[in-house]
Ligand binder design. Sequence first.
Ligand code: SAH
Length: 393
Amino acid sequence: MADIILKPGLEKAIGLHPWIFSGAIREINGNPESGETVDVYADNGEFVGYAAFSPESQIRARMWNYDHGQVITEDYIRYILQVSISSRQNYVKRINSNAIRLVYGESDNFPGLIIDHYDDVLVLQVLSAGANYWKKTIIEIIGDLLHPRAIIERSDAEVVKKEGLLPGTAIHSGTLDKTIIIEENGIKYEVDLMQGHKTGFYLDQRENRLKIRSYINRNEVLDAYSYTGGFTLNALSSGASRVTSIDSSEYALNILKKNIEINNFEKNSHEIIQADVPVQLRKFRDAARQFDVIILDPPKFAPTRSSLPKAMKAYKDINLLAMKLLRPGGYLVTFSCSGAVSLETLREVIGYAQADSGKTVKIVEVLGQPEDHPILITFPESEYLKGYILRVE
Ligand code: SAH
């Protein structure tokens, strides 16, 4: 087996955080192929652990574990998958949904692997060389453990190129209709597993979608960046007097229309606008349109740290516009799913928006990601979804 020797003193950091950047490596002995397991040693010769090698990525290796006895075999892969799945047993009982994330990468000791369970279909995202190396084994094991109707792969994310992998999708076992229906807190959603965003649905907003229900009190609601209607449908189910949904994607809005039908909300007052959110918010401002609750769930404005300054401006812009569109005492439910934007940074940006808005803003609730998207305490990259419910006076 090939091995990696770290630069002096770096073993402590690697012991806490599972990524070994190329600059942290003093020496590589042998010629490991993409995804192969390597032994990791400290500069002083002490064993650190096992890692998956990724020759093309700046993240040159990702730690599997720190235990000399836990070599990386099919049995080990089975073991970590089983542990990850069974760690959800308690959470599954607390949610009212048949769609859940079973494996969330590094947080579940499986660097670069995502597995989402939608009713009886499993969807994988293979985002690292190490996860790709074990792909066949993973598919066999999860088939054996969970007996899904189909196992599909949605590794069509640009980030996989950094690992030297080709983005792509596949149906590995079973058959699949174009879309399936899932249920979350009594609401049905059509999910397009092969073409929808991420693995088809934003599972990470499950609890926040439920939370907003208690803020909807025969109110006018604006759901900006609605996708297929996660927040829209929850607002409609909670008796909103009118819900307006905005998204730039015609594809997403077509599914939203179907979701309104399958939940029998056609008679409720609802309006769908295909538009760029900042442009549409300005139109509403110019037309003096007002709302009682506004949800802002934008895409990742800061995909990297270097895009942070531009992202801050974009977050400030939409939050400021939303504050101005709210009736006094209205609620702004605002999110960021950028890993590079911390809860504190988001708060700061909202503070700048508040200063320009002439309004008083109070934090009512702090929102985050659910237990099936666990945040590993030593791995800040696992924490990406943040939000606030604000009262704007
Ligand atoms: N709240 C949703 C998820 C939102 S994801 C849910 O609960 O399911 C973000 C959405 O923003 C995507 O649907 C994407 O199509 C949309 N989007 C991205 N950029 C946009 C823009 N500039 N204007 C409007 N919508 C945009």
